[in-house]
Design a protein around this ligand. Sequence first.
Ligand code: ADP
Length: 627
Amino acid sequence: MTIKQFQTESKRLLDLMINSVYTNREIFLRELISNASDAIDKLYYLSLTDPAVRMNRGDFGINIVIDKENRTLTISDTGCGMNREDLETNLGTIAQSGSLAFKNNNEAKDDIEIIGQFGVGFYSAFMVSNRVTVITKAYSSDEAYKWESEGVDGYTITNTSKDSPGTDVVLRIKDNIGEDSFDEFLDDYKIKSLVKKYSDYIRYPIRMDMETRRLQEGSEDQYETYTENMILNSMVPIWRKNKNELKEEDYYNFYQDKFYDYENPLRVIHSSTEGTATYNALLFIPARTPYNYYSKEFEKGLQLYSNGVLIMDKCADLLPDHFSFVKGLADSQDLSLNISREMLQHDRQLKLIAKSLEKKIKSELFDMLNKEREKYKTFFKNFGLQLKFGVYNGYGVNKELLKNLLMFYSSREKDMVTIEEYISRMPEEQKHIYFAAGESIERIDSLPQTELIKEKGYEILYLTDDVDEFALKILHEYNGKEFKSVSSQDLGLESEEDKKKTEQKALDYQEMFDFIKDSLNGKIKEVRLSPRLKSHPVCLTSDGVLSLEMEKILNAMPTDNNVKADRVLELNPNHPIFDVLSKLFANDKEKLKIYSELLYAQALLIEGMSIDDPVAFSNSICNLMVD
Ligand code: ADP
């Protein structure tokens, strides 16, 4: 008999499981029961949609058998079973996305985190057993197979026989290791309590023989023990239960089981809605960003049930992209079981449910923002980017829905604030909502452009994500207040009178400005007197819709390269350097050329942009130092 090797990543995961000190090892049972239930779901679905599959609901179930003598625990199901290829692909390897996670996730801190990211799955059996045997027969097949493994060394697959379709998973429970006892997993009361705790909602009966005592007939104090085959679970799906029957912990257990997370969700949304769309929904806002969330591999979607029967595992049409982080399910009696995936997309009922879910999610998030600020901040750190993309995408079709969920860092609060909060603090004379974009809070904070606005006592929103400025451009205004970059030409700070004065002064220096512009050989569009600088001599801004920050971002993208913002070099007329420049313009134009180059290079550096010729820059500075 040949021993086959596990795929490398599977081996690692297995090794983790076997040696794990994962305290929560009891969850192996919910994993196996959950697999059994999924397998029955598949066959049950077929029995409802394919007349050739003749089975009744009563034929389906999960059975647990404890054999203390041989230290085995068996979980059997009447599900779809597996053929040889299924065994190879399903139990010999872990899912594609999983293997990817391993590669990208070397930074995962500990085994709990790694295990958590995978969903522990079938391999969790190895946390409590030293040998796992799977005997299975696929529906519509005459062949049965036995898959067996004692751990990382590999597994075997041999032919065997089995009466009916389905799967038996036989665990040889580990011997006790010193203090570490595994006996509890052979105890029927313990198993019963684990089923209650984690798998109560499973739709099929989970049966087990239990030793029970009863009074002997005719006696008042003599008991006899007898064995009774009992159904351990209530079989009511949690989302069909009444909210007040459920504890927070019930939701959390369900969530962790179904949606492969080891952390509790930030928020649970349990609703039953009647009206234009009639459905039950159980939704969760995760507390963590999935490792692949901001990548193409991530698949959004909710589980879709039709009257309690799972018809689709990830129904993407139920969730808009801006809420793609939501996990959960929707169950509606208005959907036909037989509907195909292609048809589903056009289903009117599904669209109504999706619209209603979107509204619900929005209002729950808004509620969290108002009532559970810290939680909301965690949420926004994880998924805020997605909301901002949501504002920007589709030319802003969703901006009204999303705008009051946004948060940005505030120069004044030194914390995340909403735009609403910003506006509520605006002094009466302040006309605009100011923002500044850059790589990091620290960098933006030291931008010369922010100086005057800050001095006026105005708050500035700091934008550090690439999408931020694009999103604000799409929003354009909020409650009638326009967004204004600290670099924009007209900051709305000067009175008409001051503006006239500045214009007059600019005229006086126009020749010098033209000279500086010419020395910079077309690199800039204009030289101007700065309306925003206080203590700094120079800064770079731009004219038109494209800002310098947007230029950086667009040029970093693989498609749009070489866009150029119209650069404007601003000089501070109140800085001593300005006088030096005017003197040079009168006496030493050659030197003014060099100074112009230097000032432009400095302005670029301040903006976090690179200079064309760093060597020339450095040489010019050295020459000045030697002078
Ligand atoms: P997951 O359930 O997340 O897919 P698992 O490691 O638990 O991952 O299981 C891997 C696959 O093995 C399942 O997707 C399923 O196809 C198959 N499988 C596991 N248990 C059973 C079972 N009892 N009956 C049929 N197929 C099963």
